[in-house]
Design a protein around this ligand. Structure first.
Ligand code: TGC
Ligand code: FAD
Length: 343
């Protein structure tokens, strides 16, 4: 699958140089939308590969790192992952415990990451760790001594996606594997902007797929001697869903245009991720009601999308975190943590 995505130029498609496609942000967004109309896991794989792992190297890496990794990651012959979240550090990555300590011409990494998409598949993990000089990114290669990536099992969402822990026990990483251009949380958060932008578009695809399944079902399923689409209550649901999908699409398109003009802000990306993930979650839920009992089966795509969207609503910044990010942009007041005296 990864090499097929590479052949279609879908991995890191909005990045340029190093043989990368350099497409517009809008074109990248449309690709995310179509991939997620299939399954959020497919878009997730592309997001993590292109917008998180490749973008981190492209934006913050050395020339040698870019030349070494970007062509293979773009082709899908190599797989990347992005390790920020930890067991005790999700919404608040500044509290991370993974630590890198200088040791001669290299670094010793200790800690663990959790919920890492493609972790067990990856040839290279972009691991963010606290150092004496701020948060830094390290390219941890599979097979490095002390590094393992066990797969997490039992997900009821994004079942087509591999999710893993990353365990780092005295892993020695040469300094040439440290991303040299950033020493702050700005490093990982800048990558999240890219992936969140892809989600703004992606979830429109999932919502559209649910709407289309519900429309087709409503036209053909008969009760009380008539297609259920002929009932006013069903039509109201269809109209609401179609409107929401269209609004989500227009929001994504406008953000894409702003991104292509290099005018988009992180708060706008937060607003888009929050609004469209909410939209898709609502549309999938309404679509499921139209399918009646059939809606809870795998025969139709709706409940699969609905379950996937629970992850999408949570990862890349939860709904609440994006609410607070937009709230801070509007008011200038950060409300992420209770005042010191109330803790
Ligand atoms: P704060 O003090 O505000 O900022 C620290 C530094 O980062 C800069 N910054 C950003 N830079 C670029 N883009 C952004 N969106 C940025 N937000 C902040 C900021 O300017 C500062 O730079 P500098 O130079 O002064 O050092 O940071 P904070 O610790 O107060 O955090 C703010 C908060 C809560 C918004 C942030 O921590 C956050 O976004 N939390 C959510 C964590 C999250 O989204 N994790 C996602 C993990 S990856 C994932 O889920 C992949 S899912 C798979 C898939 O995509 O399919
Ligand atoms: P917590 O941060 O513990 O949040 C729990 C609840 O508390 C949420 O509702 C949250 O919004 C709320 N909350 C937290 N802080 C506040 C606050 N200040 N105000 C109000 N409410 C608050 N991470 C990676 O680094 N790389 C990956 O590839 C990756 N892939 C993932 C794939 C999947 C399938 C999933 C489910 C997650 C993935 N993640 C990944 C992790 C994801 O980014 C985190 O789950 C997410 O950031 C939330 O962190 P948490 O799960 O620790 O929840």
């Amino acid at each position: 699958m990864p090499t097929a995505l590479g052949e279609l130029d879908l991995l890191g498609m909005h990045l340029s140089g190093y043989g990368l496609p350099g497409s517009s942000a809008v074109a990248y967004g449309i690709a995310c939308m179509e991939l997620e109309a299939g399954d959020s896991a497919l878009r997730s794989f592309c997001s993590v590969q292109g917008s998180l792992a490749m973008f981190a190297i492209w934006k913050w890496g050395s020339e040698e790192q870019k030349e070494k990794w970007l062509p293979g990651l773009a082709a899908g012959t190599e797989i990347g992952c992005f390790g920020l979240t930890e067991p005790d550090s999700g919404s608040d990555p500044a509290s991370m415990k993974t630590r890198a300590v200088r040791d001669g011409d290299g670094w010793i990494l200790n800690g663990s990451k959790m919920w890492i998409t493609s972790g067990s598949l990856a040839d290279v993990a972009v691991v963010w760790a606290a150092t004496d000089d701020g948060v830094q990114g390290f390219l941890v290669e599979s097979g490095m001594e002390g590094f393992s990536a066990p797969e997490m099992h039992g997900k009821l969402s994004l079942r087509a996606s591999v999710t893993s822990e990353l365990i780092l026990e005295d892993v020695r990483v040469p300094d040439e594997n440290r991303l040299p251009e950033v020493q702050s949380l700005k490093g990982p958060l800048s990558c999240l902007n890219e992936a969140r932008y892809g989600i703004v578009w992606g979830v429109v695809g999932a919502a559209r797929s649910c709407y289309e399944a519900a429309l087709e079902y409503a036209m053909t399923r008969e009760q009380f001697g008539a297609p259920i689409a002929s009932f006013q209550l069903t039509q109201e649901k269809l109209v609401e869903m179609a409107t929401k999908v269209q609004q989500g699409y227009l929001l994504a398109l406008q953000l894409g245009r702003l991104k292509d003009e290099e005018r988009i802000t992180p708060a706008q990306v937060s607003m888009g991720k929050r609004a469209n993930a909410r939209m898709a979650r609502e549309v999938s839920s309404t679509a499921r009601t139209i399918l009646g009992g059939n809606g809870v089966t795998l025969e139709y795509p709706v409940m699969r999308h609905m379950n996937n969207l629970e992850s999408v609503y949570t990862y890349e910044g939860t709904d609440e975190i994006h609410t607070l990010s937009v709230g801070m942009a509007l008011t200038g007041i950060p409300a992420f943590a209770p005042p010191a005296g109330d803790r």
